[in-house]
Design a protein around this ligand. Structure first.
Ligand SMILES: NC(=O)c1ccc[n+]([C@@H]2O[C@H](COP(=O)([O-])OP(=O)(O)OC[C@H]3O[C@@H](n4cnc5c(N)ncnc54)[C@H](OP(=O)(O)O)[C@@H]3O)[C@@H](O)[C@H]2O)c1
Length: 274
């Protein structure tokens, strides 16, 4: 495993995404992932599966202290009282006294950063979150959040895969010393079988999904692919034994021009234009 070391956080460079994983499927996926070597789990209050993520953790053979767990507070809970309630509920669900990384899941344009960011920081100060960060922030939002934060924002979790150009927000995140956590890292299964990915995958004896994850690792990001399929769980962890050449990285980077955004809900911000 490789790590992103940012502002004192030591983030395993592959995590298990859990959005849409429910009930026993979630419990078994988390347990299987941890037992095979995953040390990073991504959940959220919104996913409705924190209880199952906690159950999977306890069912596994891996100690709590070996696992980096992220959860998130959603955009309708960013006023301090709501924020505290949401976080407390997440910790109760997970049956944990603290979380490794707590994120604002989406900004709420009606709640200023002077309100939401102190609520986030308070969770770090009182020990319920070891680290804090954000998700789905644009370059402008990052600058505004950093202007008011009293705690380092260790990551910006954003959509990243070969078919989207996120250069501006990646550069802004890096300028602030933040990790870029890459969600939808295999474009929710929409990787094309006809383009450079397939050719590169064949050359390395890997799958297109593994090439996408390797591309993101070599770009220095932290992919969090989601699967409950045992063979895919194993494959998605198995991306540290090959290296993409500069030419292959450039061929994959060229696919960014498609600018395919998979996640764009009504409460999304006005994204940075590539
Ligand atoms: N912060 C945010 O706003 C935000 C937004 C979206 C997602 N996320 C986080 O990011 C995680 C990942 O994103 P995502 O779940 O949207 O999409 P994703 O991980 O890009 O794609 C998941 C899909 O890819 C398939 N898959 C996984 N591994 C595969 C492999 N090795 N080969 C072929 N297919 C494979 C899965 O099917 P199988 O189950 O059949 O393997 C599933 O259908 C989420 O689960 C969530 O934790 C965060």
């Amino acid at each position: 495993m490789q790590y992103a070391d940012v502002h004192g956080a030591h983030i395993p460079q592959i995590g298990l995404g859990t959005m849409t994983l429910k009930d026993d499927v979630c419990v078994q996926a988390v347990k299987a992932a941890l037992d095979m070597g995953y040390t990073h789990l991504d959940t959220a209050a919104f996913y409705g599966n924190e209880k199952e993520v906690g159950e999977g953790l306890r069912a596994s053979s891996v100690g709590r202290d070996k696992v980096f767990i992220t959860t998130k507070v959603r955009e309708n809970n960013l006023q301090p009282a709501d924020f505290n309630k949401s976080l407390d509920q997440s910790l109760t669900n997970l049956q944990l006294p603290s979380i490794d990384l707590l994120l604002i899941h989406w900004n709420n344009k009606d709640i200023p950063f002077s309100v939401s960011i102190p609520a986030l920081c308070a969770a770090k100060k009182d020990g319920r979150a070891k680290h804090v960060g954000v998700a789905n922030f644009t370059t402008r939002m990052l600058d505004e959040a950093w202007a008011v934060t009293t705690e380092p924002l260790v990551c910006n979790q954003i959509e990243m895969h070969p078919y989207i150009n996120q250069d501006k927000v990646v550069a802004a995140s890096e300028r602030h010393g933040m990790a870029v956590v890459a969600y939808c890292p295999i474009a929710r299964g929409k990787l094309q079988s006809t383009d450079a990915i397939e050719t590169i995958a064949k050359a390395h004896g890997k799958s297109p999904a593994q090439v996408s994850l390797r591309y993101l690792v070599q770009r220095g990001t932290v992919p969090i692919p989601r699967t409950a399929t045992p063979a895919h769980l194993k494959a998605n962890l198995d991306v540290f034994d090959f290296q993409l050449s500069d030419a292959e990285m450039a061929a994959l980077k060229a696919l960014n021009a498609a600018n395919m955004r998979v996640v764009n809900p009504p409460h999304a911000p006005v994204w940075d234009v590539p």
